[in-house]
Design a binder for this molecule. Structure first.
Ligand SMILES: [Zn+2]
Length: 289
């Protein structure tokens, strides 16, 4: 079983209701007060969550591909050995870390799918902007929006985006990783004020992956053509310049990272493992565990 706080909460709620019913039946004349019930439920919940045995996480061999402006490592790890090559980027805007739990939990979920490691080589870039994460800022330590610093045709040379493409060390690390990796799919986690959706750039496979993601998560698909231009973005460069499918996953800004992971877990694993020509994953959450 995979660790699933929502499931544990539901289970705990079920048993707490059962326990309360028993207590009420045994002592019809001394029903607990509302606050006693709340305390009892809280205690049972806590016990149930504490009793959840953590799944063994796969051992990942993290390596630093390079460093940020402030010298923080940009860490990457690969898991699996299949022919399909997928890159997950845990974040690029330092004030959008809703995908951090997804980044931590993805390896466990991935290896939990039968046959996944034989189908796919999954590369995880933990955080493309560790200085921004440390400072809780959108840009890096130079104040540059790294998601505008790529050599896409629509690059815009302004100070906030970098006066040249790849002027920032973090961008160069991601650029080289993507060129060396020969990926079939890139997924990058962000968050969006007051909304959540899956956006895509690139060839038909990108639209197909976005549709699959939407079907498994309920997140709507947003076409880049319907959105404001994003000059020099990773999506523009990877999807349109390199013609490699890329999904930009926009979590709801401020969403609890555990909830964000739970509601997208099946969809993320599905787009990673299901590729063109590969058999589909079981469609129910239960089967995919
Ligand atoms: Zn963002």
């Amino acid at each position: 079983m995979e660790r699933s706080p929502q499931r544990d909460i539901l289970r705990a709620m079920h048993w707490s209701r059962f326990g309360l019913a028993l207590a009420l039946a045994a002592c019809a004349g001394c029903a607990p007060t509302y606050s006693q019930k709340r305390r009892a439920e809280a205690e049972r919940l806590r016990t149930a969550v504490d009793a959840t045995a953590p799944m063994p996480r796969p051992e990942l061999a993290w390596r630093a591909l390079g460093t940020s402006v402030k010298g923080r490592p940009l860490r990457v790890a690969s898991i699996g050995h299949g022919p399909r090559r997928v890159l997950w980027i845990g974040g690029i805007h330092g004030d959008e870390r809703e995908g951090r739990v997804a980044t931590e939990e993805l390896p466990t979920a991935f290896v939990g799918v039968p046959g996944a490691v034989d189908r796919v080589t999954l590369t995880i870039l933990e955080d493309a902007n560790p200085d921004g994460t440390a400072m809780k800022t959108r840009g890096n330590a130079n104040g540059v929006d790294l998601n505008r610093n790529y050599p896409a045709k629509n690059f815009k040379p302004v100070r906030a985006f970098g006066i040249k493409p790849l002027s920032q060390p973090e961008s160069r690390v991601v650029h080289d990783l993507i060129l060396d990796g020969n990926f079939d799919l890139v997924i990058v986690a962000h968050s969006w004020r007051d909304d959540h959706f899956i956006n895509y750039d690139g060839p038909a496979a990108a639209a197909a992956s976005a549709a699959l993601f939407a079907a498994r998560s309920g997140y709507p698909v947003r076409d880049s053509g319907d959105m404001s231009p994003t000059p020099g973005s990773l999506g523009s460069w990877v999807g349109r310049t390199l013609n490699v499918p890329i999904l930009t996953l926009e979590y709801h800004r401020g969403r609890d990272p555990w909830a964000a992971w739970e509601e997208t877990r099946i969809a993320i694993v599905a787009v990673i493992v299901e590729g063109p020509g590969l058999a589909a994953l079981p469609s129910t959450e239960e089967d995919a565990r």
